[in-house]
Design a protein around this ligand. Structure first.
Ligand code: C5P
Length: 415
């Protein structure tokens, strides 16, 4: 169910005994990495409490349509826009009927009308209610008008809470979650955790001054968005930049190189790919003055000490993620990039020639050559976001190869 990572599932719960199974469904969806928000009808709240679903989803449960406080938080239109999938489980006969008539008399029907997201219904009702021609007619009508935007998950056949046997049982929560996952494509990096450093670092001299560089963070942020779009869970460890936090990416803000190292190491127990795009200050002041340094003579002496090399530390860590560095060079790109690839124990290095005008540091364009042990590939100038997408495809391909090679080596060792 890796397809569910980062997906936004709006779960509608309507009134029926199967509502209690929605709690398990929320748990499974969350475990698969989905972000789940719950909307309940009044009937649903007779069977299961909002508090249970709030605790399991980690989000406030929505219920009222005409509640100014709730609307001020996340209103019905916002919820409708937020969802990648509106999943209604259980969907009662009454709810299906109201939906097929286009009613908007409570929060869930209103969201159903307002959303552009696909709608999946997991019906649950007594077998006679399911078989009733009116229910069947309502479902037929919904299928006709919603077309490819409507998915029916079940119902299953079997013994029912009321003692009857027949069609109308809600699918089991695990089956519903699998059916929901099948609606989404599997990205190249589905299920992988990608950690990316970005931006500059700032090394304090005193409370008001620091040493830094001109890195904008644009390339690292574009890489984070590309990794997310390839299905990965992404953590972006960012130095101070003027960029908005990308949607569905966990951003950890840091200032200095040592903070960036600490934040990076904290991710390594559970990191598949580490991409170091940050322009880390190589040196920091030996002493940081407690008070603002006063103007005095014509010259001032600063003693700088070397900062830790973050990507080298990560690449020599156990467990070791697939490690990728960047290299900004002004001459002999191939030689210096390959030297860094070896010296820093990297799997890949993305090198750009910063002596060329219009590409690199603060620009929106970039052109790079990627080196790895066996080969290299050049990418012509293009926007950083389009370049990031192409780079992520190459990274995913090399990463899969690396995984295969590692699995082959460990099975040979066991023989
Ligand atoms: O050695 P150089 O600074 O050219 O190497 C650049 C690469 O190493 C980049 O990937 C950068 O993010 C990373 N780096 C690092 N920690 C440092 C210096 C550079 O992770 N202290």
């Amino acid at each position: 169910m890796q397809q569910l990572a980062n997906k936004r599932i709006l779960l509608g719960i309507t009134g029926g005994i199967a509502a209690y199974k929605a709690a398990e469904l929320v748990r499974i969806l969350k475990k698969a990495g989905a972000d789940v928000r719950v909307v309940m009808t009044s009937g649903a709240m007779e069977f299961i409490t909002p508090l249970t679903l709030q605790a399991l989803s980690g989000n406030t449960v929505h219920h009222a349509l005409l509640d100014s406080e709730a609307e001020a938080g996340m209103g019905h239109i916002e919820l409708a826009k937020w969802a990648d999938l509106l999943l209604i489980a259980p969907a009662s006969a009454n709810f299906i009927s109201r939906l097929s008539q286009g009613m908007g008399d409570d929060l869930l029907t209103t969201i159903s009308l307002a959303t552009d997201a696909p709608l999946a219904l997991a019906p649950a009702m007594n077998q006679a209610m399911w078989r009733d021609p009116i229910t069947q007619d309502n479902i037929g009508h919904l299928i006709d008008i919603k077309g490819s935007k409507l998915y029916m998950f079940g119902p299953a056949e079997g013994s029912q809470a009321c003692g009857d046997t027949g069609p109308g049982r809600m699918l089991e929560p695990a089956e519903i979650a699998l059916a929901a996952a099948d609606l989404f494509e599997t990205g190249l990096l589905s299920g992988q955790h990608v950690v990316i450093t970005a931006g500059p670092t700032r090394e304090a001299l005193d409370p008001v001054r620091y040493i830094s560089n001109h890195s904008s963070g644009k390339m690292g942020y574009a890489m984070a968005i590309a990794a997310r779009d390839a299905g990965a869970r992404v953590t972006l460890i960012s130095g101070p930049v003027n960029l908005p936090a990308p949607d569905r990416v966990q951003v950890i803000d840091v200032v200095s190189a040592r903070e960036m190292l600490e934040a990076s190491l904290a991710q390594l127990d559970d990191c598949d790919i580490f991409i170091a795009s940050a322009a880390v200050a190589d040196y920091r002041p030996l002493n940081v003055a407690n008070q603002k340094i006063k103007k005095s003579g014509e010259t001032i002496e600063l003693t700088l000490v070397k900062n830790p090399d973050i990507i080298s530390t990560v690449a020599s860590h156990q467990p070791r993620p697939f490690s990728i560095g960047f290299a900004a060079e002004t001459q002999d790109l191939d030689t210096y990039a390959r030297r860094k690839l070896n010296e820093k124990n990297l799997d890949m290095i993305i090198a750009n020639d910063v002596s060329l005008a219009d590409i690199g540091f603060n620009s929106d364009q970039n052109a790079v050559t990627v080196f790895w042990a066996e080969s290299q590939q050049a990418f012509e100038p293009r926007s950083k976001s389009s370049l990031a997408g192409d780079l992520m495809e190459l990274i995913a391909h090399q990463f899969q190869q690396y995984r295969k090679d590692k699995a082959a080596t460990s099975s040979q060792e066991q023989e």
